[in-house]
Structure formats: C-alpha cells, structure tokens
Design a binder for this molecule. Structure first.
Ligand code: GDP
Ligand code: MG
Length: 176
C-alpha cells in the first residue's frame, strides 16, 4: 500500500433545512448543532481518514439549497468525486425534489457517483417517507446506496462516511 493520500471532493446537496450542515458537523466534530446556522453559498470542511491503510483527505463542500445561491453553487460541482443527495424523512417534498438535485449535479459533473441519504431519522413519529419509497428512487437514479441518518443521535453518520470511503477506494483502485 502506498502512502499516497487520495484527495476527494465530496458535495452535499438537497433542499434547504434538510440537515446537510448538521450531518457534516456531526461527522467532523462528533457533535449535534441545535441552533440553525444558514449556509451562505457554500461551507467547507476537511477530514482525514484511514481505512485499511488507504488514506482519504475529505474536502467537503456543503452547498446552499437556496435559489438565490444557484449561481455560486454551480461553480462547485466540477471535479467532485461524489455527491450526497440529502432529503428530510419528515418532509416528503424534499424527496420529490431529489431528481432535480441529481440532474443539477450530474449535468455539471457527469464523472462522479451519487448516494441518497434520508435525514432526521430520530423524528420517527413525523416520518413521511418509507424506506421502500426512498430505495426505489435511489435505484431509479442509479445511486450507489440509500441510507438513513440522525445527526441528533448520531445514528448512521459514521457508517455513511465509511460507505463513501469504500466507494472512493474503488474509484482510486480503478484509476491505477
Ligand atoms: N431532530 C433532528 N433535527 C435535525 C437533524 N439534523 C438537522 N436537524 C435540524 O434541522 C435544521 C436544519 O439543519 P441544517 O443542517 O442547517 O440544514 P441544511 O440547510 O440542509 O444545511 C436545524 O435546526 C437542525 O438542528 C436530526 O438528525 N434530527
Ligand atoms: Mg446548511
């Protein structure tokens, strides 16, 4: 195994308030942010991880879902290795908008993978989307996987990034 570090730009996209920023904060800081901090255009975070000797330098762009940031947002897509498509399990329309998000990112950067993530799993009584519905859409869009997370409890968050790391390792192996 080489000592090379694989630099991976990963994008987080989806409707505003779906919990993108909170999921990234949970992953990077292992903390839940209660107060809402609006993403103005794009937020950046970085994390190094090593799995089975394979070192990844994550460079995460957390993009604003707001219409007024559309122009800024589009300047971040090129060069992405993958996009995380986020929707809120308690807001059905955020799932309905996923094909638009998929089209936007694939149009700007065709050579990448996508994964589908349902957020706020802890709010189980307010759930509006079944696992089956989300899995069906995930397959239709050729996403690499579908998974559910809660940034509040932390459930599924590390697993999400472990799965993405495996995808990145496959991208790296293919490029050799
Ligand atoms: N109950 C619950 N609330 C969450 C969760 N993730 C995010 N939130 C809340 O949802 C709101 C929007 O989150 P944010 O990450 O800013 O959304 P973004 O616009 O997609 O970046 C905030 O008030 C968060 O505290 C979660 O897993 N569970
Ligand atoms: Mg945000």
């Amino acid at each position: 195994m080489s000592d090379n570090v694989f630099i991976a730009y990963i994008l987080g996209i989806g409707d505003t308030l779906t919990g993108k920023t909170t999921v990234f904060a949970r992953y990077i800081n292992q903390k839940f942010i209660q107060s809402y901090v609006e993403t103005l255009g794009a937020d950046f975070s970085m994390n190094d991880i090593v799995i089975d000797g394979f070192k990844i330098n994550y460079r995460i762009w957390d993009l604003s879902g707001k219409k007024k940031f559309e122009k800024i947002r589009k300047s971040y897509y090129k060069g992405a290795r993958g996009s995380i498509l986020f929707f809120d399990l308690t807001q059905k329309e955020t799932l309905d908008n996923i094909p638009n998000w998929y089209n936007e990112t694939i149009f700007e950067e065709p050579d990448q993978f996508t994964v589908l993530v349902g957020t706020k799993k802890d709010l189980s009584t307010r759930r509006q989307v079944t696992k089956e519905e989300a899995e069906t859409l995930s397959k239709q869009l050729n996403c690499k996987f579908y998974t559910e997370v809660s940034a509040l409890t932390g459930e599924g968050v590390n697993e999400l990034f472990m799965k993405i790391s495996k995808l990145l390792q496959a991208v790296f192996d293919d490029s050799k």
